[in-house]
Design a protein around this ligand. Structure first.
Ligand SMILES: NC(=O)c1ccc[n+]([C@@H]2O[C@H](COP(=O)([O-])OP(=O)(O)OC[C@H]3O[C@@H](n4cnc5c(N)ncnc54)[C@H](O)[C@@H]3O)[C@@H](O)[C@H]2O)c1
Length: 340
């Protein structure tokens, strides 16, 4: 029954977008996702999508053709166990054609101890090569940006693509939010699925948990769990430094972000629509204009169709402004690269 409903929704979406409907083993339709950057994150995302059961075709694009081929072959050998029926690879942007979503993970990643902001110059140069190519070959896709510094790169992708802001999304603080929910869940013995707590702002050092409205089944977290201010500060710090910890121990983070990407792709392909704290270009939002930041937003087939106005307390409002200023500085640095 579930599969029939999913297929119905998705066929409707494709018809709305005037696209042809092919065949997929599980849901009777064709859903194609292209991933530009077949490194740790790109390949983990492809694997998570194969397991998630919504995607039918995956294109892996990387300037390192061997890497793309190696990942594609490895994944192809699992086709029998997944919803995916076709995996293509290469360094040509012809491969993004007909994809409903193009995930961008290409770029350099943080080295141990390095901040995300340190990547802005190199990754802006890389985006100047790849984003216009994607836009040239696929004018109707949603761009899902993963490359760091995430919010700055989301802005850069928006500028370089010429797409409407609704169709350029960054994974934002969805991962930070999942990390926060995991840590709260561990403390209060409730599944992370039942905890409604978001991390807002930059996907970076200035992100912050939106504690004042955190809840469980409509009951405020404060009244249910009475977490101390010190403990909340400790959780905030654990979330902020989570990537640094993982990178120090194993060199990169990729499994959890792979799952984040698969869930966002699912919301778009099935036009669900879901609320996620994705990075989106804000206009007239708590006094912020033209900056990509994460706030709870509606994610569906056509991208981000609405942002939810959050009610922040005085301290949170300050933190949000600080985050916006941090991203603004990054955008200025990226703009200087683009203007050269
Ligand atoms: N948003 C998040 O929450 C999040 C989480 C983890 C990692 N990241 C970011 O994702 C990015 C990728 O991380 P990774 O660990 O997969 O790195 P990686 O080095 O394993 O993979 C990056 C890939 O990009 C490719 N690439 C580089 N330049 C290219 C170009 N011009 N055209 C096509 N492909 C190109 C490389 O060949 C490489 O295969 C980094 O910026 C990292 O910081 C973001």
């Amino acid at each position: 029954m579930m599969l029939v409903l999913c297929a119905y929704n998705f066929v409707t979406v494709l018809k709305d977008k005037g696209q042809s409907v092919g065949c997929c083993e599980n849901i009777g339709v064709s859903a194609k996702v292209a991933i530009v950057g077949a490194g740790n994150v790109g390949s983990a995302a492809a694997y998570a999508m194969m397991m998630d059961g919504v995607v039918c075709e995956i294109a892996l694009i990387d300037k390192n053709k061997d890497r793309a081929e190696g990942e594609a072959l490895d994944l192809r050998h699992g086709v029998q166990f997944s919803s995916v029926s076709k995996i293509v690879f290469g360094d040509s942007y012809e491969l993004v054609r007909d994809a409903q979503v193009v995930v961008v993970t290409a770029g350099v990643a943080q080295k141990p101890g390095e901040s995300r902001e340190g990547l802005v110059q190199t990754n802006t140069q890389i985006f100047s090569q790849i984003i216009p190519e994607i836009a040239k070959h696929n004018k109707s896709c949603v761009l899902l940006v993963v490359t760091n510094p995430l919010d700055v790169m989301t802005y850069v992708a928006w500028k370089l693509s010429g797409f409407p802001k609704e169709r350029v999304i960054g994974t934002g603080t969805v991962l930070d939010t999942a990390r926060l929910r995991y840590l709260i869940a561990k403390e209060i013995h409730v599944s992370p699925k039942d905890i409604c707590a978001h991390v807002l702002g930059e996907h970076g050092d200035s992100s912050f948990p939106w504690w004042s409205r955190a809840s469980i089944a409509g009951v405020s977290l404060d009244s249910y769990a009475k977490l101390s201010a010190e403990f909340k500060e400790q959780l905030k710090e654990e979330v902020r430094t989570a990537a640094y910890q993982v990178i120090k121990k194993k060199g990169a983070t990729f499994y959890a972000i792979g799952l984040v990407i698969a869930k966002l792709v699912r919301a778009m392909l099935l036009n669900q629509p879901r609320i996620y704290s994705v990075s989106t270009i804000l206009d007239d939002y708590l006094g912020i204009n033209g900056v990509a930041l994460s706030v709870p937003a509606v994610v569906r087939a056509s991208g981000v169709t609405a942002t939810l106005q959050v009610a922040l307390d005085v301290k949170e409002a300050e933190l949000f402004k600080t985050s916006a200023n941090a991203v603004k500085q990054g955008i200025a640095a990226a703009q200087a690269v683009l203007d050269k």
